[in-house]
Every structure is written in C-alpha cells, then in structure tokens.
Design a protein around this ligand. Structure first.
Ligand SMILES: [Zn+2]
Length: 380
C-alpha cells in the first residue's frame, strides 16, 4: 500500500517467523489503527483509481451517512455506498481486508488460522478474505505462468470441500475432475454429439498413463481440436482472445442468440479451448498457450522443481488444502515468490481493478484440471 520500506521474507517456503509477522502488523497498526482509518485509505484509493461515483442529481449536496461509509443525495434522497461496485463492497471489517493485503504486499502469506487471531475476525471470514484476494491474483496468472496438471499436487490434498465425493478421501476430487473430461464408459464427453474434440480433451488433462509420477511431465497441449468445431463454436472461438472477455462483450461481437453463445462457450470449455473466469468472463485457452510457446517446452526439471516448491510452500504455511482451491494457494505462492510483481500497492490496485467477487463466485469455484503456477523459483 503506502510508504513502507521494510521487507520481510521467508526462505525456502518455511513459515515466516513470528517476529516478522508482528513487526509487519504493528507497522500496519501504526498507519491504520482503526477501521475508520482503513476506510479513509480505501476511499483515497478508490478516488485515485478513477472509479468515481457520478452524482445522481446535478448540483446536489451530499450528506455523509453510516459513519462516512455512504453518502445521501439531498435532492433525491438516494443513498450510495462509497465502495459500491468495487471489490470492497459490503466488507464488514475494513481493517481485516487492508491488513490481509498489507501482509501479501510485504511478502508474508498467513494462513487463515494465523490471520484471524491477529485481525480479530472469525477464521471462516479470514479464509474468505484470502480466497477473494487470491481470486484477483489468479486473474493475472495467464501472462507467464506454467500450466501444470493438478494431479501433481495430490500430496497436499488433505482437506475436504463440497466437491469431495461422500465418504472418500479429499484426493478423490482429483479423480472426479479427471472423469469430467473422460465421460462414463470411458467415452469422452462430447461423443454423444459426434466426434468432437474428445480425444484431445483427454490429452489435455489426463496423462496417458495416469500414474502420479508420470503426470509430472504431462503438459501436452491438444493438437488442433478447433477443426472439429461447429459453425457457432468456431465463431465464438475466434472472438475469444488471451484477454478475459465478458459474455456481454462477446455477445456484442457475434451475431447469435445469448443461448447459442452460452452453449458454444460450454462446448469450447469441454474441448479445452476456452476457460471461464470469475465475473462471467472467458479466455481462449489455446491462444494463451500459443502466446507462450517457450514455456510449453520448458524442461521437466524446471517444472518438477516448481511443483516441489509449491508443495513445500503449501505444506509449511497451510499444512494441507482441498483440491477445489488449489489455484488460490498457487496464486498465494506467486505473491510470496515473486519479489517484484506483488509488492507496493500492487495487490490493492489489482483488487480495485477487478471489481466485486461474490461469495457465490467463491463457493462455485473449482480449480481447473490444468492449474497455473508461477514460473519463477526460489534460490539457485
Ligand atoms: Zn440525487
């Protein structure tokens, strides 16, 4: 956020020391002792980011309400929350949110069980803060991240989620996601409608020999499944790019009904050609891979090292996680490992640019079969 020079880093993924956490937190507390101070900082940031509120009536006066969190128009009486429409809309404890961002921007990644005690919030709230912030971070992971089969991270899947099949180990979530690409009876999804992109889909997600050790070097990309696409699907595919595009924007670009568009997007997703992101946005998965051909051919050794580092980071800081939110923890790893990208105000800026993340977005989120991991590593 602002005016900080000290930096605390942990080495090799080991948990950061208590001293570093306390020093960072007391520095934050000096600058922002109360919720009120955090809100003021937030309003400053919102103003500076250009997300300005247009007044509802011309030449009107506004009165502050709810302790300065909202303004009321004296002409029409309309009440507007200052954080409305932003990432921070409806937050209850501004200090917890800014504090969490503060830690990340200082290279300290705290588990929810550690952070909730510091911030004086429930652990479930701390977890929600973590998931929402990392959702924003994830949206930036397309540029230079490696795509890795999520099965490589099975060693850290030891927490259940709503995706875990009943009475099964959390690892069963991984098998479920693999099944989603290869339908029942060993038939690939899409076979019902003809020979669409199915074999490619399997290549994309599940290694041919699905033993866990071999999956380490499975980073194969589908050859060219777009030859199998129907007319509508091809139109939609060509309208997609490596930049996340909102469904409404896509609809404006292509002449087809919204229903046809949504069906085509689903088929493209199944074929591994498109990927849905929070906020009803889509990116072209293939284009994204083509954009970084050098990364596809990066050596298995590098990939293996990155996986090992991520696993170590997750184990040390969070003990174990659910597969569902694997991508959130890989985003946190990126924040921790990248000494430059996510420091000084970058996280809060990204949050404001991103807009709201709803609880529903978080609940429905499932890490994809191919997850993104930062390609930078710690140490030599
Ligand atoms: Zn008004």
């Amino acid at each position: 956020m602002s005016s900080i020079t000290s930096k605390f880093t942990s080495e090799n993924g080991v948990p950061v020391t208590e001293e570093a956490i306390r020093a960072c937190w007391s520095e934050f507390n000096e600058l922002f002792p109360k919720d009120k101070d955090c809100l003021e900082e937030l309003y400053k940031r919102i103003d500076a980011s250009g997300i300005s509120k247009r007044p509802c009536c011309p030449n009107t006066n506004v009165q502050e309400q709810d302790g300065g969190r909202a303004i009321k128009c004296s002409s029409c009486g309309k009440k507007t929350w200052l954080t409305a429409g932003t990432f921070f809309h409806r937050i209850k404890r501004p200090k917890a949110w800014l504090g969490a961002i503060w830690f990340i921007e200082h290279g300290l990644i705290l588990s929810s069980s550690r952070f909730h005690k510091l911030a004086g919030i429930a652990q479930s709230s701390a977890l929600q803060v973590f998931k929402k912030i990392t959702m924003v971070i994830q949206s930036h992971m397309d540029e230079e991240a490696l795509s890795i089969d999520s099965s490589c991270f099975c060693p850290v899947f030891c927490k259940r989620s709503r995706e875990t099949p009943a009475r099964e180990h959390p690892c069963a979530e991984q098998e479920e996601i693999e099944k989603q690409c290869v339908g029942p009876n060993g038939k690939a999804l899409g076979d019902q409608d003809g020979p669409r992109a199915s074999a490619d889909c399997r290549d994309l997600v599940v290694p041919e020999d699905s033993s866990r050790d071999k999956s380490m070097d499975s980073m194969s990309i589908a050859p060219d499944p777009k030859e199998e696409l129907s007319g509508y699907e091809l139109d939609v595919y060509e309208a997609l790019s490596a930049e996340p595009t909102c469904v409404d924007v896509l609809h404006g670009r292509i002449s087809m009904s919204i229903d046809q568009l949504l069906v085509a997007l689903t088929m493209l997703e199944l074929a591994g050609l498109a990927k849905r992101l929070p906020g009803n946005r889509y990116i072209s998965w293939q284009l994204q891979c083509k954009a970084a051909p050098s990364l596809q051919s990066s050596t298995t050794a590098t990939t293996t090292k990155i996986i090992a580092n991520c696993v170590n980071f997750i184990r040390c800081n969070f003990h174990g996680i659910s597969r569902k939110y694997l991508q959130s923890y890989l985003a946190a790893y990126w924040c921790w490992v990248d000494e430059v990208r996510w420091r000084c105000s970058s996280v809060i800026r990204a949050c404001l640019e991103f807009g709201p993340v709803s609880n529903r977005d978080i609940l429905q989120y499932v890490s994809p079969a191919l997850v993104k991991a930062a390609s930078c590593t710690v140490g030599p």
